[in-house]
Write a protein that binds this ligand. Structure first.
Ligand code: LLP
Length: 434
């Protein structure tokens, strides 16, 4: 057998069998069952390094992986070892980042709905930076920090009002979106927040959207930030940290045209050269997406009015992106025969929206075959649910020739164990064996 594991091709055929690095996927399916997410360490590391390398020309920077993309503990640990901190949006994500050994000081806390309790817990944990989404949040944070005799390091998120040109549900930088403070109001709000004792206000943040396939809007947004920096400095404000968010898109289909990370780095360098600040980056998808597949087994191939239905044992509860955003995820057989078929691919959930692909030309598959959905390492497992009382999908990390379960399947039995009957209902009598 030839030796796989080129980082560029983490999932490749060897001897006719799809591998994750050095591990044949059927071995994982036998050991763990399906469906299961499978991540390649090499791919994750390679992307983390490529992102960092593309920004080599930025003199002062901090890399904060967007935990929402993949909060798996092992993934975060791997990225921590690559020098990444975290971008978090909830107390739960804070817990994950800290549990993975990310230093509190390397964590930035974004998010439009941080509660008083989350802010207090983050202050107590020593979180490095708060990205404020509204003036009142800044006031609350300042009061909580003052009560502790400290000053909270914070930046103000501005909404630059640019259309990122991405899917409406993942666009965040238009004025009608809920994120940040209006671009026009930013200077006045900044001045009021900067005057608060409990805040160490040190700059601004933006994030205009995810899966950006055009760097033009990003450059416009960055230039607006540059203007704002100049305005705020002229007003005498401290301005030494700017958070440029995440958003770099990845190719989901071979024909997808997405900007290279090098082009992204070049724009950052060009636009921010004279800013004289520490830049924070919050990449999520770029780091994790290509490093994951969802391994699934074909349950049935069922005749359909126009095309056969390939019913797989993964469903919209395991991978929500196609149902939510009509997202495309490539589908491939684990042991392809060379035959092709045109089919609809669907899961077992009782909704027609539980459809992964319609009239798609795919590898010919039969019931019992293994297959994968590709490019699911970001916004895959993390968006899974237990809809239809289905198990919560497990996650596996591969590293060369070894693999480990890094998130157990949560069984329906375990989920049932969390439920209780109220005191006014009669308990169900234990069933006796016949
Ligand atoms: N920073 C902030 C403030 C964000 O809101 C996000 C993503 C990121 C960073 C990371 O963006 P990335 O580099 O991954 O594009 N569930 C959707 C994506 C939602 C993204 C939300 N915010 C999907 O499956 O496409």
């Amino acid at each position: 057998m030839d030796k796989p594991s080129r980082p560029a091709e983490p999932f490749a055929l060897h001897d006719g069998v799809l591998h994750a690095e050095g591990v044949p996927l059927p071995v994982i399916a036998r050991a763990v069952g399906t469906p299961a997410y499978v991540y390649s360490s090499a791919a994750m590391r390679a992307a983390a390094r490529a992102f960092s390398a593309a920004l080599a020309g930025v003199p002062r920077k901090r890399l904060a992986f967007a935990v929402k993309a993949n909060p798996n503990l092992a993934v975060l640990r791997l990225l921590a070892a690559e020098g990444y901190g975290a971008d978090i949006v909830s107390g739960g994500e804070m817990l994950h980042a800290l549990a993975a050994g990310m230093p509190a000081a390397a964590i930035v806390y974004s998010g439009v709905g941080k509660t008083r309790y989350e802010l207090a817990a983050a202050l107590d944990a020593g979180i490095g930076q708060f990205n404020l989404e509204l003036e009142e949040e800044g006031q609350m944070l300042a009061a909580l920090a003052s009560a502790r005799g400290i000053r909270a390091a914070a930046v103000l998120r501005v909404n630059p009002d640019v259309d990122a040109g991405t899917h409406a549900k993942i666009s965040t930088g238009r004025k009608q979106n809920k994120f940040g403070v209006a671009w026009q109001d930013a200077a006045a709000i900044y001045a009021r927040l900067a005057a608060l004792d409990g805040l160490d206000l040190r700059g601004i943040a933006i994030h205009i959207g995810s899966q950006l396939s055009d760097l033009g809007p990003l450059e416009i947004a960055y230039r607006r930030v540059g203007t704002l920096i100049a305005t705020l400095r002229a007003a005498g404000h401290r301005m030494d940290h700017v958070d440029l968010g995440g958003g770099l898109g990845v190719a989901y289909a071979p024909a997808d045209a997405v900007p290279s990370v090098a082009a992204y780095g070049a724009i950052v360098e060009r636009v921010t050269r004279d800013w004289g600040v520490t830049l924070t980056f919050e990449p999520g998808r770029f780091i994790a997406a290509a490093a994951g597949v969802l391994l699934t087994e074909v349950t049935w191939v069922k005749p359909g009015a126009t095309h056969p239905f390939v019913i797989v044992d993964a469903a919209m509860n395991d991978l929500a992106r196609p149902a939510l955003y009509d997202a495309f995820h490539d589908f491939a057989s684990v042991v392809p025969t060379g035959g092709r078929m045109t089919a609809n691919i669907a899961g077992a959930v009782c909704e027609s929206g539980d459809t992964f692909a319609t009239a798609r030309e795919i590898d010919c598959v039969r019931a019992g075959d293994l297959a994968v959905f590709k490019t699911v390492g970001a916004y895959g497992a993390t968006m899974a649910s237990t809809y239809n009382c289905r198990a919560l999908v497990p996650e596996v990390l591969v590293d060369g020739d070894r693999f480990a379960v890094v998130a157990e399947r949560v069984s329906p039995e375990a989920m049932l164990g969390h439920q209780r009957l109220p005191f006014w209902m009669a308990p169900v009598a234990p069933r006796r064996a016949a």
